[in-house]
Design a protein around this ligand. Structure first.
Ligand code: PA5
Length: 406
C-alpha cells in the first residue's frame, strides 16, 4: 500500500487549507472524479489482449503515437517497469525532424504496429506523425495487413475514429468523460500497457484499493493537499517531486503535467518540478538546499529494493566502508540524509513510499495524485479542467503553417 508521511510543521494557513480541502472533497470531488468510474469487464480486457497478441505477433516494435496526457500514464508505467513484451517506442510527442527520420528508418528496417491516440485529432504532433507513419507502413504492407497493425484511439464519432472505421483499423474510444491527463485508467492508458505486457488486473486492483482507502479515510489525501496549498500561501511557489530512483523518470513527467496543466491558470498555481536523486543532487541539490527558499518537496521512494551487494576488491580505492552493505542500504542512506538536510534547511516536505515497483503501486500512485489534484486545484481557486493557456502559441503556429488562423 502507498504510505504517506508528514515531514513538515504546520504553518498558520494549514488548518484553513485542510478544512477547505475537506469541504471540496465532500462537495465537488465526487463529480470531478467521475472519470475514475469507468470499469471494463473481463471479456472486454480479453478482447484487448487478443488484439494486442495479434499486433505483436509479427512486429518488432510498437509505436505509441500520442502527446501529453495521451501517452503519459502508459509511458510512465511501461518505462518504469521496463515492460518488454514488445519494444515500445514513442512518436507524435515532438515535431523533431531528427526523431521523425529515426522513426522512418525504424519502419523501413523492422516490422511495426501502432496505436495512435488523440482526443482532439487536430493536435499537430500525433496527427502529422500518424500520417507519416501510416504512409511509410503502407509502402511495406498491403491494406489488410496494415489494418491488422493499426489501432486508433480517438473521440467517439470524430475524424480519427471515422478514419479508423473506414480503413478497418481496430478502433477504441477515447471516452468522452476522460480528459487527456486523467486518462490513466481508460482505453488510452490501457491498450499500450497491455501491448507492453502489463498485469492489468493488479493495476486496477491498485486503483480500487486506493479508492476505498481514500473513501474510508481521506486524511492522507487532505493532509497532502493542505501541505501544498498552505505552503503555497506561505510563498513556496514550487513543489518538487524528488524521486529516489531513475525508474521514476516518466512518472515524474506524468506528475508534472498533471499538476502543471491542471493548476497553472488565471495567474496562479503551484509550479511543479521534478528531480531524480541521487543524480540531480549533483546539479540542483545546491540550489534546493541553499538557494532562494521557494520550495516544498515531495519525496517518493521504494521500500523493497532488490539486494545488490557491494563487492570486494583487491585494489585499494577507499570504498571499503561500503563492504557488507547492499545498494538498497546505500541508496537509503542517501535518501535519509537528503530528507534530513532539506527539512533541516527549512523545506516543508512529505514522503510517499511504495512497497515495490509494480503495476499495483502504479495504480495506487496514479489514483492518489489524480484525486489530489482535483481537490488541490479547487482549494487554490481554479478549475482542474481548464487549460486555455496551451492554445495561445497554437494560433500563431497554425497561421505560420496554414497561412490563416483556422
Ligand atoms: O491533458 C491534456 O488534456 C493534454 O495534455 C492532452 O492530453 C494533450 O494535449 C494531447 O491532446 P490530444 O489527445 O487531443 O492530442
Amino acid at each position: 500500500m502507498l504510505k504517506f508521511k508528514k515531514l513538515f510543521d504546520e504553518n498558520e494557513y494549514f488548518e484553513d487549507c485542510y478544512k477547505a480541502a475537506e469541504k471540496i472533497f465532500e462537495e465537488d470531488t465526487p463529480k470531478d472524479m467521475e472519470f475514475l468510474d469507468i470499469r471494463y469487464d473481463e471479456d472486454y480486457i480479453s478482447n484487448l489482449e487478443a488484439k494486442a497478441e495479434e499486433m505483436r505477433e509479427d512486429s518488432d516494435y510498437f509505436i505509441l503515437i500520442g502527446v501529453g496526457g495521451s501517452n503519459g500514464a502508459a509511458r510512465s508505467l511501461i518505462e518504469g517497469l521496463r515492460l518488454s513484451k514488445i519494444k515500445t517506442v514513442y512518436g507524435g510527442n515532438f515535431l523533431s525532424p531528427i526523431q521523425m527520420q529515426e522513426i522512418l528508418d525504424l519502419i523501413s528496417e523492422n516490422d511495426i504496429c501502432i496505436d495512435i491516440i488523440a482526443k482532439n485529432f487536430k493536435t499537430i504532433e500525433p496527427g502529422s506523425h500518424f500520417r507519416m507513419i501510416r504512409e511509410a507502413m503502407a509502402k511495406k504492407y498491403d491494406k489488410e495487413e496494415l489494418a491488422k497493425r493499426i489501432t486508433v484511439t480517438g473521440s467517439p464519432g470524430e475524424l480519427l475514429n471515422r478514419i479508423g472505421e473506414d480503413e478497418n483499423y481496430f478502433v477504441l474510444d477515447f471516452e468522452e468523460i476522460v480528459g487527456g491527463r486523467f486518462s490513466a485508467f481508460s482505453n488510452v492508458g490501457l491498450f499500450p500497457m497491455i501491448m507492453a505486457g502489463a498485469d492489468i488486473k493488479s493495476y486496477f486492483k491498485g486503483r480500487d484499493d486506493m479508492l476505498s482507502k481514500i473513501e474510508n479515510d481521506p486524511e492522507d489525501l487532505l493532509t497532502y493537499v493542505a501541505y501544498r496549498t498552505s505552503n503555497f500561501k506561505d510563498g513556496k511557489d514550487i513543489e518538487i517531486l524528488s524521486s529516489f530512483d531513475p525508474r521514476f523518470k516518466y512518472f515524474n513527467k506524468w506528475w508534472v503535467q498533471l499538476f502543471g496543466e491542471s493548476e497553472g491558470t488565471n495567474g496562479t498555481g503551484i509550479y511543479p518540478d521534478s528531480m531524480l536523486f541521487s543524480e540531480d543532487l549533483h546539479s540542483m541539490g545546491q540550489y534546493i538546499q541553499a538557494g532562494k527558499q521557494i520550495f516544498m518537496e515531495t519525496f517518493l521512494r521504494i521500500k523493497d529494493y532488490p539486494e545488490v551487494d557491494f563487492c570486494e576488491s583487491n585494489i585499494d580505492d577507499d570504498f571499503d566502508y561500503l563492504l557488507g552493505k547492499n545498494f538498497g542500504e546505500i541508496n537509503r542512506a542517501m535518501e535519509e540524509a537528503t530528507m534530513t538536510a532539506h527539512t533541516n534547511g527549512g523545506i516543508p516536505a512529505v514522503l510517499f513510499e511504495i512497497e515495490s515497483l509494480d503495476e499495483y503501486h502504479f495504480g495506487q500512485l496514479y489514483t492518489f495524485f489524480l484525486i489530489a489534484v482535483l481537490v488541490s486545484a479547487r482549494v487554490i481557486g481554479v478549475s482542474p479542467f481548464e487549460q486555455y493557456g496551451v492554445e495561445a502559441y497554437k494560433e500563431d503556429m497554425f497561421k505560420r503553417l496554414r497561412g490563416n488562423d483556422e
